[in-house]
Every structure is written in structure tokens, then in C-alpha cells.
Design a protein around this ligand. Structure first.
Ligand code: HEM
Length: 240
């Protein structure tokens, strides 16, 4: 399989990196929404609680599988200098270090969440839950990584998928915060403020950031890979 992929050129890995990244983001979004429904003990006769609960767990694990594929294909793609270390240790790589580093931070947080969920029975509920809250941090960090590193934000479909996912996550956070209102008002207010500030930041930053001109250079692409120096981009598609 690997030999066949390599023989057909790096662009196949590039397509796989982009598609697995988009699917991973979508699955993480669904996992968060299902997690909130699970905590709220939401159920209907057609969707009993155990179904919501097991869907939440299985969708989360599937997201991790797609993330591993996303990382492996980005490392195997010879277009950009990305190593396996870059997937775990943030901000040290040669390719768009800050934006790729955000992906590594998000992945590290999700590894901690997954490991503690698998070991949940061996650790106290309070400790497990404290780590589980990191999911809410990992999602916006992953979204910024996708915008900053990916090739597709300008092509519309990724932008639409990302904005729709953001709407779902903000709605899930609102639903979570309103449940049990007004206990712990400070924490709930901080969650609403954080979600609103992040959404506003994304909407204001996108036009001058990834949707603006020369994002490839400004985001830290090595000069040798920029179109002016790299006239053979045809083999790997129109990379920005
Ligand atoms: C929670 C973790 C992560 C999520 C949800 C995620 C998701 C995404 C998304 C949605 C994109 C945009 C794809 C596109 O433009 O079509 C992307 C791009 C990319 N990601 Fe990740 N990612 C994560 C972590 C990582 C890590 C740890 C690496 C490091 C090896 C990585 C490597 C890349 C690369 C190289 C691209 C650019 C692909 C291109 O050229 O378009 N990602 N990611």
C-alpha cells in the first residue's frame, strides 16, 4: 500500500492529508456535540442514553484514527519537511511552525483525553473530568491549525465546513452552560465569553489571515517551497 502510494507521487498523500484532516475535524465536532448530549442525559425512545453514550465514545475513537492517518500521510508526503516529532512537539518544525504546532498541541491534548478515558475506571471521576475538559481547548486550537496550515480554506468547502462546525460547537457549549444555570455563574460566564470572543476573533482574522494575500509566505512556508522558487507545483496540485 505504502509503495503504491509513494509510486503514484506525493500528491496522493497530500489529498489524503487534507481529507483526513477535514474528516477528523468533523468527527471531533460530532464527538463534542454527543458528549454534551450525554452529560445532559438527553434521550428519546429512539435514541436511548446508552446509544448516545456509545456513539460519543466510538465517534471520539474514530476521530483519533483519522488523526493518526492525517499525521502519517502528512509525514509521508515529501512536499513539505514534516517529521513525526512535529506531531508531538509543537512549534519546532520547519514548515509553518506556529500553525502546524497548534495541530500538535491539539493532538497532545486529545491523547491525554483519550488515555484518561481508557483508564477511567482506574482514576477518580474528578481527575478524569478535569482532563476531559481539555477537549474544549483542543477543538478551537485544531480549527486554527486547519485554517493556518491547510490548502483549502480559500476553496470554500473547508471554510463552510469549519464555520458550520464552529456553529455546532458554540451551540453545544451554550447548551452545556445553560444546563444547571445559574450555579457557578463565573465559570459559565467565562465559557460564554470565551466562545463569543473566539468566534469574533476567527471572523475578524480570516480576511486578513489565511484568506488574505501571501498567506503561504506569512504563515512560515520555507522559501524554497514558495511558488516563486518552486515552479514544479503542478505535480502536487495548486498548493498555496
Ligand atoms: C486535532 C488535531 C488535528 C486536526 C483536527 C487537524 C485538522 C486539519 C485540517 C481540517 C486541515 C485543513 C485541510 C485542508 O485544507 O484541506 C489540516 C491541515 C494540515 N494538517 Fe492537521 N489536524 C490536526 C493535527 C495535525 C498534526 C499533529 C499534524 C502534524 C504532523 C498535522 C498536519 C497537517 C498538515 C501538513 C496540513 C496541511 C495539508 C495541506 O497541505 O493542505 N495536523 N489539518
Amino acid at each position: 500500500m505504502s509503495a503504491a502510494l509513494a509510486a503514484s507521487g506525493p500528491s496522493l498523500y497530500w489529498y489524503l492529508t487534507r481529507s483526513t484532516g477535514a474528516v477528523a475535524l468533523l468527527l471531533l465536532t460530532v464527538a463534542i456535540a454527543l458528549g454534551v448530549l450525554d452529560v445532559a442525559r438527553w434521550s428519546t425512545p429512539r435514541w436511548p442514553r446508552f446509544v448516545v453514550d456509545s456513539l460519543h465514545r466510538n465517534v471520539s475513537l474514530l476521530a483519533m484514527v483519522f488523526l493518526v492517518l492525517h499525521i502519517l500521510t502528512s509525514v509521508l508526503d515529501s512536499f513539505a519537511p514534516i517529521s513525526l516529532v512535529d506531531a508531538f512537539i509543537p512549534f519546532t518544525g520547519a514548515y509553518r511552525p506556529f500553525w502546524l504546532g497548534l495541530g500538535a498541541v491539539s493532538f497532545d491534548l486529545l491523547l491525554a483525553v483519550t488515555a484518561t478515558s481508557l483508564l477511567r475506571r482506574h482514576m477518580g471521576f474528578a481527575r478524569w473530568r478535569a482532563v476531559h475538559w481539555l477537549t474544549y481547548a483542543s477543538w478551537p486550537i485544531a480549527l486554527l491549525h486547519g485554517f493556518g496550515t491547510g490548502s483549502d480554506v480559500k476553496s470554500g468547502w473547508l471554510l463552510a465546513l469549519s464555520i458550520a462546525s464552529m456553529a455546532v460547537v458554540v451551540a453545544a457549549i451554550l447548551a452545556r452552560v445553560l444546563r444547571g444555570w445559574p450555579a457557578n455563574l463565573g465559570r459559565r460566564g467565562a465559557a460564554i465569553g470565551g466562545a463569543a470572543a473566539f468566534s469574533l476573533f476567527v471572523l475578524l482574522w480570516l480576511p486578513s489571515g489565511p484568506l488574505g494575500s501571501e498567506w503561504a509566505r506569512r504563515s512560515g512556508t520555507p522559501p524554497s517551497l514558495l511558488p516563486a522558487h518552486h515552479s514544479s507545483t503542478a505535480s502536487s496540485g495548486a498548493r498555496r
